[in-house]
Write a protein that binds this ligand. Structure first.
Ligand SMILES: Cc1cc2nc3c(=O)[nH]c(=O)nc-3n(C[C@H](O)[C@H](O)[C@H](O)COP(=O)(O)OP(=O)(O)OC[C@H]3O[C@@H](n4cnc5c(N)ncnc54)[C@H](O)[C@@H]3O)c2cc1C
Length: 392
């Protein structure tokens, strides 16, 4: 065998997973198709990742949190949901100390490029982790004895366990015969940073307008990340705008709530496709991160679930090592899949149903959308449940 664990994909999930084995005797290889410079210095990609308290703990344990500059960890104090043109909001306040939430925030926001850099720096300093960049995996196979990958340059590598961390449209998941549910929302999301006159109060907002949605992620008090989703047939209405026109459009959508706005970053777009693998393992292989579950970003669960996936699987592997068991054994992988799916399935289907409901603009549904916000605001157990899901 060339190594114990072979990880396909050096994204934030694959690299954080590799870092878990720092103090073990396992030999880990990460295969990433992007060049080394991209891992060392990932470019800004418009994504601001809202992280739960649980994710912060995991990242702290892995040393990743400490690698992000303190002034680039943004406080998410509370969150509000708006429907249509109404000013009425469903409000998720910061957890009160009386309820054991000894914190001044609902969660934190860190830019994706900072998470990627932190994950790379942590994995790169592990003596037992090798990161191979600049060449992609062409084929992944596995049998009862070993997992095997063929690289695009023809080289073949074998391992006791293969991990697919190659994103939601994972090629290797397909090659290993693991099927997945996919949901194409037929929409595109545009993300960019703005500076503005009026304070955002460190409050995240999700505005379900008619035809479009706009999410606001507070960074600094006068700097906010805007996330506009729009149906693909109208995506040009956003992509055709220059920065000045885009800022005006955001001001208009917000009815001036943040005052005069200015776009201060590059604009990035992503297709909205949700993916949930039917199971998270196969013979001597497992899926983590977006390769297991690729969420709609509206509930900000994607990387939070990715961190949970690596936490569950890595702990099971380390336990197997301590007991002298095979790290690729089926019981272990099945246990991982079972444990993680208990959480991911309801969140994935719940999020998709919520998005469909709040983006349906037929007149009776508009009224129902409004009623849903009002009812949720007045049902503390329901609100607490949603809040708990948001904060982890
Ligand atoms: C607009 C937007 C906002 C988001 N907001 C949030 C949020 O607020 N909170 C949250 O928790 N999540 C959020 N997410 C989700 C989060 O960004 C993802 O869950 C996370 O980045 C996935 O990490 P990953 O490592 O699984 O996949 P990726 O980051 O996609 O990494 C996969 C890696 O695999 C490599 N690769 C692919 N194929 C191969 C191959 N054949 N050979 C070798 N390498 C390969 C790729 O080059 C890449 O580096 C958001 C996503 C978007 C799009």
């Amino acid at each position: 065998m060339d190594c114990d664990i072979l990880i396909i994909g050096g994204g934030p999930a694959g690299l954080a997973f590799a870092r878990y084995f720092k103090d073990s005797n396992l030999r880990v290889v990460v295969l990433e198709k992007s060049p080394l410079e991209t891992l060392q210095n990932p470019p800004y990609d418009g994504r601001e990742i809202a992280l739960t308290h649980r994710s912060r703990e995991i990242m702290q344990n892995l040393g990743m949190w400490q690698r992000v500059p303190e002034n680039e960890i943004y406080r998410l104090r509370d969150a509000k949901v708006f429907n249509g043109t109404s000013d009425y909001t469903l409000h998720f306040p910061q957890p009160s100390k009386a309820r054991g939430g000894a914190t001044d925030r609902l969660g934190n926001l860190i830019s994706n490029h900072n998470i990627r850099r932190a994950a790379y720096e942590e994995a790169a300093q592990c003596d037992n982790v090798e990161i191979r960049c600049g060449v992609g995996v062409k084929l992944a196979e596995s049998n009862q004895q070993e997992a095997k990958v063929t690289l695009e340059n023809g080289e073949v590598l074998t391992a006791r366990l293969l991990i697919c961390a190659d994103s939601r449209l994972s090629q290797t998941r397909r090659q290993l015969g693991i099927s997945a549910d996919m949901h194409d929302f037929g929409r595109t999301v545009f993300v960019f940073r703005t500076r503005h006159e009026i304070s955002n109060q460190h409050t995240a907002c999700e505005c379900f307008f008619y035809g479009r949605t706009l999410a606001l992620l507070p960074l600094e008090e006068h700097m906010t990340n805007c996330v506009i989703t729009i149906t693909n047939t109208k995506a040009h209405e956003i992509s055709d705008l220059n920065p000045e026109m885009l800022a005006k459009e955001a001001e208009k959508m917000l009815n001036g709530r943040l005052g005069k706005m200015e776009v201060v970053s590059s604009v990035h777009s992503y297709p909205l496709i949700g993916v949930h693998a039917k199971r998270f393992y196969g013979v001597r292989c497992a899926l983590i991160g977006d390769a297991a579950v690729g969420m709609h970003p509206v509930t900000a669960h994607g990387y939070n679930l990715g961190l949970e996936s690596i936490d569950i699987l890595a702990k099971l592997i380390l336990k197997a090592v301590a007991q002298g068991k095979d790290i690729g054994n089926e019981d272990l992988l099945e246990m991982y899949s079972f444990k993680h799916q208990l959480h991911t399935r309801p969140l994935y289907h719940g999020t998709n149903a919520m998005v469909t409901f709040f983006t349906t603009d037929a007149a009776p549904v508009r009224l129902l959308r409004d009623a849903t916000l009002r009812i949720s605001n007045h049902l503390p157990p329901l609100k607490a449940l949603i809040s708990h899901q948001l904060t982890g």
